[in-house]
Design a protein. Sequence first.
Length: 618
Amino acid sequence: MTNTISERLSELRNLMSREHLAAFVFPSSDPHQSEYTAAHWKGREYISGFNGSAGTAVVTMHSAALWTDSRYFLAAEDQLRGTEFQLMKLKIEGTPTIAEWLGQQLKEHPFSTEVAIDGMVASVNEVRQLVSELRAEGGLTLRTNLDALRYIWHDRPAIPLDKVEVYPLEYAGETCASKLGRVRKALRELHADGMLMASLDDIAWTLNLRGTDVHCCPVFVSYLLVSTTSATLYINNEKLTEPVMAYLRENGIGVDDYANVTSGLKSYGEYNILIDPDEVSHTLMKAVTCKVVEAESPVKRMKTVKNVVEQGGFRRAMLRDGIAMVKFLRWLSDTIAVANSQLSTKVSQLSTKVSQLSEVSVSDKLAALRAEQPLFRDISFDTIAGYGEHAAVVHYEPTAETDIPLKPEGMLLLDSGAQYMDGTTDITRTIALGPLTQEMRHVYTLVLKGHIQIEMARFPSGISGTQLDVLAKQAMWREGLSYLHGTGHGVGTYLNVHEGPHQIRMEWKPAPLVEGMTVTDEPGIYLAGRFGVRIENTLLIVKDRETEFGQFLRFEPLTLCPIDMRPVIFEELTAEELQWLDDYHALVYEKLSPHLNGDDLDWLRKNCASHQEWAGRQ
């Protein structure tokens, strides 16, 4: 890999020399500002070797650096080792911005004052911010009309041509015509005659269509141009079957080639058009010839509020997912029990069983059990299965190269999910595989306290998730511990596992929390080189009570799976927290037990026991 990255950098610098560029910036996004992208747009990964979902690579004629967030600090250090790339840790004191770093680098090695980024994969706001910051660094300028990958990525994957399918109304709960009507109503309220919809999950949700163009995300590459009386889907025609074409005709939606979106914007006949500067690329914004209304896409918040049918689908999907999780955890427990037995009798025998149990093998086993469930379509993201010190790598995904065997000791962090036709799941459990240190148990209990405090929250409708974030962290903050990733994110309805704009996180996110939204609850603590803990449920926001101070809301846990009680130090939990644990496990048993039998049911019964029973076992 080192030589390959070196060769790619050399070829890029030859191009930069010809174009007289001082630097080139590679964001993680595609032309739709997707978090997860089709292989065709993984340019940042191609040039740097870092494959996390978030990060920006910057290359000058003499240096290279990569910016990413705390989820990927350890993974990036490993993947960038041996390359020119210097890791820049976002939100860590002393880390320069991209512009600040470029200003310093180009003072030391002056070649040009022009920096480049592909304006087709950079949003309007991203380009504006970078232009402003570069100008402050000695008058650096930004060029946006060059796709460097076109010239240096010789085996670049093609844009996907997978077929699109209609998403049945029995799962969507609202027709395409109704959704388009709501979009147009929202546009009128914003004094806009139409909009360019660029976000792939917004398009899939609006049209009640799904695809397979992006790994784990049931979306398809396209644009949707909506006006007061018409809508045009810009998509490669090979992706459309005759039933889908008929469906689009029935809903009054025209079709044009994906590459023609620029000309479509130029010929758009309305007085004005709404452009979301966080979703639409800088290049497409420049193609608009009419008046622009800059505002957030109204679809963002529409799709986050689940209708009654979608809510029911989530509950059914979580039930099936819980069944698969219990079957998996029972299997894992039995397998580890055998290893523990071997360990207690003859240490040399341990490898005969444990050698078959690794991070990759447990990930594969869980995926296979989920695939047995009705309406399963795919996993919702690559499973994070981190054992021991790997669990401290927040978004660690095991590969054949990094895979390690599990031992009957320590903890396994397992963050996983599935795509079912009626809902998307996301769950994390940290599982004790054997003896734990007192530190492990204490950290686990702190994380569990934070998880429970979020789930017990009662709050006025319309507050921001930022106002709840401290609940997850207050106990760990008292001990000088914390985490830098978000505490919660929205989850799509058979769509992207990460859905916004609402979040629960420390940074200010003004998007309100309202009834009908899904959101995760996933605090964690990660001790580099030692271990990590995270516990996650997916929640639904529901009504609590209405008082003279307005409507109050609470969280309904959708995820149905026991939380491992073996690591818990019960004396560190309050009576209220212990009651929540008992109530949650009673709910899990009530919902799952009718669908399980034999050893699986026995395992569920044992692991849904009250905290008093667990305390007696310790």
